[in-house]
Design a binder for this molecule. Structure first.
Ligand SMILES: Cc1ncc(COP(=O)(O)O)c(C=O)c1O
Length: 387
């Protein structure tokens, strides 16, 4: 057989629910408390759910946003028509919120789609791309698809995964990469680069496309705004509404950059890439900034609670400026499985090259209490077995 797929593309592993695994364990996904996906744990703004119900119903339907499919008068064209391929209304709302022009915004089926588009638009066979590890696995996958070669800067646990920017700049000078991916805050470490450091990096990489992935910016401590920097001709900022407004089932992300970069991404973007419900949800979510602020405060408290309680149990959560954080637990795979048996999920960080660490993202206070109690039990069991 002579038909072979392209080699060297290895899918990356992600947190979140593994539906096949739960089926094997006879656990239903609804029962699981997911601390492994770094999403807003309070769910989408209630107004978004209401708006989606109204969108699916005829205007004269009596449900008033509380859909009841048997009785509702549904509007088939809500899903039978293609959505606006340019997502103009959503981009217009984003433009108002961010203070940048619509021409500087592209929306994607999650920011992951935009990572792929940026990579395909700018990098090809033989191009070098700098990735700072450990980080989100999709950068590497996108580079593999494009045939680009990955240069790595490896961060270490000894420095609590803090990025040494001078080392990054040396690597840029040595390898002259066509692209650089920076997740800020970074996944899985939660470490955050301050503005002056990032500016230094941007100045040193004027011949590279710098992809600044701010998927977690909304829940970062002491965050700064990078939006003014898009005047630079080589910066693409990515953000995730999936994370901010818990729209993971719909998927929504956006990119901000100068007109040429946005146009390059849109030229290769599949038409209708953001579905009608995701566009609607995004528009309404942006009108609910108060909800987001409320969640930000609650998530901060929940993180503080978890860090304090886990420290009392003798664990050492690593410093993180994001809402999630790493904790060293020994065998992370076994630890994750022990929790999963108790219907709780944390991210085993083996795929990041950190087999002794799990990543934990806070949930609501009662859910965090359950997690702490379960971890306490696991530690007790381990001590009993080892004594
Ligand atoms: C750093 C980073 N960027 C982007 C994403 C993807 O987000 P989205 O759901 O918007 O595709 C993730 C998801 O885990 C991530 O960790």
């Amino acid at each position: 057989m002579s038909l072979l797929p392209r080699k060297h593309v290895m899918p990356s592993y992600h947190g979140g629910i593994d539906y096949a695994e739960l089926e094997r364990l006879d656990i239903s996904p609804e029962e699981v408390l997911d601390f492994s996906a770094n999403l807003n744990p309070f769910g989408p703004p209630p107004k978004v759910i209401e708006a989606l119900c109204q969108y699916l119903c005829e205007p004269h339907c009596h449900c008033k946003g509380h859909i009841h499919f048997v009785q509702c008068k549904l509007r088939p064209e809500a899903i039978s028509h293609y959505p606006d391929s340019q997502a103009r209304q959503l981009r217009q709302r984003l433009s108002e919120k961010l203070g940048v022009k619509e021409e500087n915004i592209v929306v994607g089926n999650g920011s992951t789609e935009l990572i792929r588009l940026a990579t395909l638009a700018y990098f090809g066979r033989g191009d070098r791309v700098l990735i700072i590890e450990p980080t989100f696995g999709e950068y590497k996958v996108a580079c593999q698809i494009a045939g680009a070669s990955v240069k790595k800067q490896q961060l270490s646990a000894e420095n609590a995964f803090q990025l040494n920017i001078d080392e990054t700049i040396n690597l840029i000078r040595r390898h002259r990469p066509k692209g650089i991916f920076i997740a800020n805050p970074n996944n899985p470490t939660g470490r955050y680069l301050f503005q002056a450091e990032f500016e230094k990096l941007l100045n040193a990489s004027q011949d590279s496309l710098v992809v600044l992935d701010e998927a977690y910016i909304s829940f970062a401590e002491n965050s700064w705004s990078s939006l003014d920097m898009v005047k630079a001709s080589n910066l693409l900022i990515l953000r995730s509404m999936t994370k901010d407004y818990a729209l993971a089932g719909l998927r929504l992300g956006y990119g901000v950059a100068n007109e040429e970069i946005i146009a390059a991404l849109r030229r290769i973007c599949p038409p209708w890439n953001v579905n009608a419900l995701a566009q609607k949800a995004g528009i309404v979510a942006l009108e609910n900034e108060e909800y987001l602020r409320h969640c930000q405060a609650k998530i901060k408290e929940a993180k503080q609670y978890l860090v304090t309680e886990l420290s009392c149990l003798g664990l050492t959560p690593l410093p993180s400026e994001a809402s999630f954080f790493l904790v060293k637990v020994g065998d992370a795979k076994a630890f994750r499985f022990e929790l999963l048996k108790r219907k709780m999920l944390v991210r085993d960080c083996t795929s990041f090259g950190l087999p002794e660490y799990v990543r934990i993202a806070p949930r609501t206070p009662p859910e965090c209490q359950k997690l702490v109690a379960a971890i306490k039990e696991i530690i007790k069991d381990r001590r009993r077995i080892n004594s």
